[in-house]
Write a protein that binds this ligand. Structure first.
Ligand code: SF4
Length: 319
């Protein structure tokens, strides 16, 4: 039902919304899906500046993506991180080939598409009148309804409660923009917010107290030695087969303090790479000893492979 609070929101969106985001002008489920997946855990400006357009230039359609190799997709995703997203995008392309299904129920069955992404695809590509629930919308709901804590189920119920089913598309876009521009996590600009008069947190004068902050977990540090084995201007790499960074190529990693007493290795430098669940501090060595189970490649060949950010730093050291 359309309410006064919706009128205020729509007016605000008309004036201040981010109308120039490329996926806003698309009804193509493929490009909307790619934007939704890239925007999980990555900021709009990073996605826009470095990843979204090049990815669609390389794979303009779902068919092009389905016809690619996983390695090509990972290469295109390189630097964006959270590579499970890229592998799931690829798996889904293989499964559907021509077009993503329209119903939320069917979308949720596909790899990497959860309830939130399925709602976003249905709302933006197929104009299904359903709310979306990303991190920005959640924050607004917590504050608007004055909740300190809420389960996922409760948040969906609140999302439907505030939803404007007469202007569903504009409402959803406006909520995302409001969360990003006004109702920010560390700064709530309530005087500029169309919800100010109805918002529980604003009326209580304490928007930043909601939702309750989670305790910040300390991230462990892993110390490693990374060894670049080389012979005749070629460098030894192998493709990762474990869960972490699966499918990406990398140099050899070892626990630190392994035996370097022979002096066979020469230190090239050190790198630090921050991942979400640990920080890597690594000393990087070059070795002229032979190594098995690797492929010896030229720098030109290496640059065509998908590499982790840490390995890209090492390639820069070599060049
Ligand atoms: S009034 Fe303030 S706390 Fe409430 S939704 Fe707007 S910015 Fe957020």
């Amino acid at each position: 039902m359309h309410k006064p609070v919706h009128t205020n929101l729509l007016r605000w969106y008309e004036q201040y919304g981010r109308h120039n985001l490329p996926w806003r002008h698309s009804r193509d489920s493929y490009t909307i899906w790619i934007s939704e997946i890239m925007l999980q855990q990555t900021q709009v400006t990073t996605v826009l500046e470095r990843f979204y357009t090049p990815f669609l230039q390389q794979f303009p359609t779902l068919r092009d993506l389905a016809a690619a190799t996983e390695e090509e997709v990972l290469k295109q995703w390189e630097g964006l991180g959270y590579y499970t997203r890229a592998r799931n995008v690829y798996k889904t392309a293989q499964l559907v080939e021509h077009a993503l299904p329209q119903s939320i129920h069917e979308l949720i069955q596909l790899p990497g598409i959860g309830k939130s992404t399925a709602h976003a695809i249905a709302a933006f590509a197929y104009r299904t009148p359903v709310p979306i629930l990303d991190a920005n919308v959640k924050r607004i709901l917590y504050r608007f309804f004055g909740k300190k804590k809420a389960s996922e189920r409760e948040l969906w119920a609140l999302a439907y409660r505030l939803f404007d089913d007469e202007h569903p598309f504009e409402y959803n876009q406006a909520m995302m923009d409001l969360g990003s521009l006004v109702c920010r996590s560390k700064e709530a600009l309530c005087v500029h917010c169309p919800f100010e008069m109805q918002c529980h947190a604003a009326q209580q004068g304490a928007p930043l107290e909601l939702p309750e902050k989670k305790a910040v977990k300390s991230v462990p540090i892993r110390y490693k030695d990374i060894v670049v084995f080389t012979c005749k201007n070629r460098y030894a790499l192998k493709q990762r087969s474990g869960r972490f960074l699966h499918g990406l190529w990398g140099f050899s990693e070892y626990e630190q303090n392994r035996d370097n007493a022979e002096g066979q290795m020469q230190q090239l430098g050190s790198i630090v790479q921050k991942y979400s669940h640990f920080h890597l501090y690594a000393d990087v060595y070059i070795s002229y000893e032979p190594v098995e189970g690797h492929e010896y490649l030229t720098l030109e060949e290496i640059n065509k492979l998908p590499l982790s950010k840490a390995d890209i730093k090492i390639v820069k050291m070599l060049t």
